[in-house]
Design a protein around this ligand. Structure first.
Ligand code: FAD
Ligand code: SF4
Length: 512
């Protein structure tokens, strides 16, 4: 029998039964500790649904561990002894239980991991094996590369996992990436399935009441909470998507539609990020769906790329570059985040739709985050730290390792192009092509310089003009700058002027 008494601290995003630090637990002598703490719930104003998800999933996980005979100490938020932070709770329990060893799996947040490393306790750290690529493997892949590219990393992950790989090592279908087929707008008459919903059991109801009372000042509504909080329900969400959503994922991955918050997206990111789903199993299910002829290759490859390409890549960049990465601001932006990001009160219809559903469901899909709210923040020159705080707070799936590189790198290009080769900037024409938002908008997407012109149009050119010193030399921006040069001087001036007017309104605290 194991003679060592271990205390294993499990965080709210580590709710996996096969978590590295939980391996080999001795049910007689070891204890698992889970703590709900105010510091983690409020260091940014997290959406109340996100706090509900995490606390409820933690409580369900603790119960499931106990049912397996494992000893668990659970500290609820309103426990009078609760000291309010993860390190202080670990210190308290270490002193109460006097374990021989403290065990943890590496964190998803640099700030928290650092504070635990600095808290004066000797912790035995375990590599987070829930990811395909370890921090060390990523750093060795990135070594000596001036610029990283997701596409090359993704190919490595395909080879490593064997997903959609032929016997001779070549990619199934003869290409690594079928993204060009994944850019269709939603045609009339195509109806997307609403993802599976889950009603609140007594544990979740208790948490909803607690969160409603303690976090009423945070933005976002609790009313629509219908998310899975157990492994079984998360699996049901996934199974439903496999049956009804995945086939449409490829074609309509980039589409947006009014009052359609989810379209053909899986809505699994939050469950996956906290450990209720397993990335290898998800990818294997998608591959099987393709091999059995249930879905097309562009849907299967596209989905697998998001999981073993983008998801692992952004995590690798985060751990490679933190803590300096968080302060990147290559354009020197300092404009405060407009208030309407927190309220949705704007006449810009695409923003109202994307922000409105984010407040209601703590969810927006990738293109809404990238090409609507993110694009606006980039074009309007908002301070990256404030944009990052908003994304971290508002989305149910937001954890620092995944939110920060997506926002600061992919959206704001604030890392100078380390993560992505060019900024994802676009005018209103892109939003018009990929959605029906412009039809219900107070602004005209066909206009650029009039008082009722789509704000994205002039702000797009304003952005390119104001940052030409940095961006003109980027080969991938060459065509755009050629178009700008060909534009008559008077048009350029009118665009600049309209952009100035819009930015002045933001600076005056007015909504658009
Ligand atoms: P689907 O569209 O169905 O995609 C399937 C899965 O692929 C997702 O569940 C997710 O796990 C993974 N995935 C897809 N794209 C990415 C990506 N770029 N990075 C990491 N994983 C990806 N995702 C988060 O999980 N947490 C975040 O905090 C987060 N912040 C983002 C911020 C910005 C500015 C942008 C542009 C993207 C962000 N993403 C984030 C990525 C992506 O938007 C979400 O993963 C996705 O919208 C989740 O919805 P879904 O489960 O329906 O995904
Ligand atoms: Fe958005 Fe412009 Fe379309 Fe309005 S017109 S919905 S602001 S892209």
């Amino acid at each position: 029998m194991n003679a060592i008494h271990r205390l294993c601290l499990v965080l709210g995003d580590q709710l996996s039964f096969d978590l590295a630090s939980l391996k080999g637990l001795d049910t007689e002598r070891d204890t698992v500790l889970l703590v709900e703490v105010m510091e983690e719930a409020s260091h940014v104003p997290h959406h109340p649904q996100k706090i509900t998800l995490i606390f409820s999933a933690m409580r369900h996980f603790a119960k499931a561990l106990q049912q397996q005979g494992i000893r668990v100490q659970y500290v609820a938020l309103d426990d009078p002894q609760n000291t309010g932070s993860v390190p202080s709770e670990l210190r308290r329990w270490e002193s109460l239980m006097q374990p021989d060893e403290l065990h943890m799996t590496e964190c998803g947040d640099w700030r928290l991991e650092q504070s635990l490393k600095d808290c004066g306790l000797q912790i035995q750290w375990h590599v987070d094996t829930r990811f395909l690529c370890t921090r060390a493997e990523f750093s060795s892949w990135a070594k000596d590369k001036k610029q990283l590219r997701m596409e090359f990393f993704y190919r490595e992950m395909r080879r490593k996992s064997g997903l959609l790989i032929n016997g001779d090592g070549s990619p199934v279908g003869g290409a690594w990436n079928f993204d060009a087929e994944n850019r269709k707008a939603l045609p009339k008459g195509v109806i997307a399935p609403y993802p599976a919903r889950f009603s609140a059991d007594s544990i979740t109801q208790e948490v909803l009441a607690l969160v409603g009372e303690r976090f009423s000042s945070h933005y976002g509504s609790l009313d629509a909470f219908d998310y899975p909080v157990t492994h079984v329900d998360a699996q049901a969400l996934w199974d439903y998507f496999l049956d009804y959503g995945l086939a449409g994922f490829g074609d309509y991955q980039d589409a947006m539609a009014s009052d359609e918050p989810f379209l053909f997206h899986a809505r699994i990111s939050a469950a996956l990020n906290i450990g209720l789903l397993d990335v290898r199993q998800l990818c294997s299910d998608v591959e099987s769906a393709y091999l059995s002829g249930r879905i097309a290759l562009n849907a299967a490859e596209g989905f697998i790329r998001q999981l073993i390409g983008w998801r692992e890549y952004v995590r690798g960049v985060y751990w490679l570059k933190m803590p300096d990465y968080a302060s990147g601001n290559v354009f020197g932006n300092s404009r405060p985040l407009p208030e309407f990001y927190w309220t949705g009160e704007t006449t810009i219809n695409c923003m109202r739709q994307a922000i409105g559903q984010s407040l209601k469901h703590a969810y927006a899909h990738h293109i809404q985050r990238l090409m609507v709210t993110g694009n606006f923040a980039l074009l309007a020159g908002i301070a990256p730290s404030q944009v990052c705080e908003w994304y971290l707070a508002i989305y149910m799936d937001a954890f620092d390792w995944v939110e920060l590189p997506n926002t600061l790198g992919m959206v704001m290009h604030a890392d100078g192009g380390y993560l992505g080769s060019k900024p994802y900037c676009a005018s209103g024409q892109y939003i018009k092509r990929m959605s029906d938002y412009c039809r219900g908008c107070a602004y005209k997407v066909s206009e650029s310089t009039t008082d009722d012109a789509c704000p994205f149009n002039s702000l797009y050119w304003h952005f390119l003009m104001r940052h030409s010193t940095i961006l003109r030399s980027n080969q991938r921006m060459g065509m755009v700058y050629k178009n700008l040069e060909r534009m008559p001087e008077s048009k350029q001036q009118a665009l600049w002027q309209r952009g100035q007017t819009l930015l002045a309104k933001l600076d005056a605290g007015e909504s658009l």
